[in-house]
Design a protein around this ligand. Structure first.
Ligand code: ASP
Ligand code: MG
Length: 421
């Protein structure tokens, strides 16, 4: 017997027919003898509607009341799933975040989980074989006794936290895609589903990965060692219920520790992002303290800087400085730098959003030399100019003209042997 957390997103509980389908997935695992806690999101579209109503009521509203309202969607779906399970003869009850409780920080709208009490759940598994149907996304700030929410997409994080609290063998995230792909299949039709991906790679795959799992949930899974399986809720509900808890037939993508990955490619995936913007400062003085004068005011304005390139100055007096920020922050960044023009001292300031960041990601890079050289040569052959480069132990990112993003992704996908045969 294993202990499982099964999490279902909004599209998987969109209406009663979908909820019935979810209940069949749950019953399969219960019939296989597993102890099951289910975590649900709100029915598709519900949270957006609730957010909208808050705005309509008052553009500026109390974040505590916002949480009271937007957490309500999960209360509905958890109750409906418990009713449906009971009707199928599966012993189940619903739990709201405040009932367990799932304790969080006081940051309303973006609260962080501090503690989940799983004791009552495990007692009920043992004594009554009862399935716990838990509302995702919700928490409780104990000191103020107020309901909190974890931020959009937060029920993934609820699921991982519950899995850690009950020491689950696995946390299965059911969604509308059947796993994590080597790259976006809409860009590269030859992209294929990965059987396994390490936590670190998954975090780096953010450009497509974040659509599948909330980033915070991956960080938490890595920290707590929770194995996460991303799979589709549209698979037939009779697939994959086995006594030993590992699903049959290589379903989905397992996000796990890299030691669990036997066949490791050097590069596991190609990610791309179009939501960055480039800022260039021309003719900045090349002297100690200038970088601090540029980046401190940006940090104070809460603007995250990603890639940074500084040229060697020809005359030892002036240099050009280029860096990237999120597109949404570009205007603010330019404003901050304009204000700081006198203290920094530069000739001209430019911003552009016509750029894309393309990254090759793989833990195998740690033990392989020459990945960057291969990557740059392949891009050069296609006539793609690299404007900036950044690297980590497991990632090489290049900044290029946005018009070449898809060509670059396709080129690298095939270069690193990821095209499915
Ligand atoms: N219902 C919440 C949202 O739409 C939480 C979630 O789905 O994970 O963001
Ligand atoms: Mg989601």
């Amino acid at each position: 017997m294993a202990r499982l957390v099964m999490k279902f997103g909004g599209s998987s509980v969109a209406d009663i027919a979908h909820i019935r389908n979810v209940a069949r997935h749950v019953r399969r695992e219960v019939d296989a003898g597993h102890a099951v806690a289910v975590v649900v999101s709100a029915m598709a579209g519900t949270t957006n509607q609730l957010v909208e109503w808050c705005r309509e009521a008052a553009v500026l509203h109390d974040a505590r009341e916002y949480d009271t309202v937007v957490s309500a969607g999960e209360q509905i779906s958890s109750g409906l799933l418990a009713i449906t399970l009971e009707a199928m003869g599966v012993n189940a009850r619903s739990w709201q975040g405040w009932q367990l409780p799932i304790l969080t920080s006081e940051a309303h709208g973006a609260a962080r989980i501090l503690d989940v009490n799983g004791a009552e759940l495990t007692r009920r598994f043992a004594e009554r074989g009862e399935v716990a149907v838990i509302s995702g996304f919700q928490g409780l700030h104990q000191e103020t006794n107020r309901i909190t929410t974890l931020g959009r997409g937060g029920s993934d994080t609820s699921a991982v936290a519950v899995a850690a609290a009950i020491a689950a063998d696995r946390c299965d995230i059911y969604t509308d895609v059947d796993g994590v792909y080597t790259t976006d299949p809409r860009v590269v039709p030859k992209a294929h589903r990965l059987d396994r991906i390490s936590y670190e790679e998954m975090l780096e795959m953010a450009s497509q990965g974040a659509k599948v799992l909330q980033t915070r949930s991956v960080e938490l899974a890595m920290q707590k060692g929770v194995r996460v399986l991303v799979r589709s809720s549209f698979d037939p509900p009779d697939l994959g219920g086995k006594k030993d808890a590992e699903p049959a037939g290589g379903l989905g993508t397992l996000v796990c520790h890299e030691d669990e990955i036997v066949e490791q490619n050097v590069v596991s995936g190609i990610a791309y992002a179009r939501d960055e913007a480039k800022v260039t400062l021309l003719k900045v003085a090349d002297k100690p303290g200038v970088a601090a004068q540029v980046f401190c005011p940006l940090a104070e304005a809460n603007i995250n800087v990603d890639m940074i390139v500084q040229n060697v100055s020809e005359d030892g007096r002036f240099t050009d400085l280029t860096f990237t920020v999120q597109s949404a922050d570009l205007d603010r960044a330019l404003e901050v730098l304009r204000k700081a023009k006198d203290s920094i001292g530069y000739l001209d300031l430019r911003g552009s959003t016509d750029i894309a960041k393309v990254s090759a990601i793989g833990v195998g890079m740690r033990s392989h030399a020459g990945v960057a050289a291969q990557m740059f040569s392949a891009l050069a052959e296609k006539g793609i100019n690299i404007e900036a480069i950044s690297t980590s132990e497991i990632k090489i990112s290049v900044l290029i003209d946005a018009a070449y993003a898809e060509l670059a992704v396709r080129t690298l996908h095939s270069l690193f042997g990821l095209d499915s045969r």
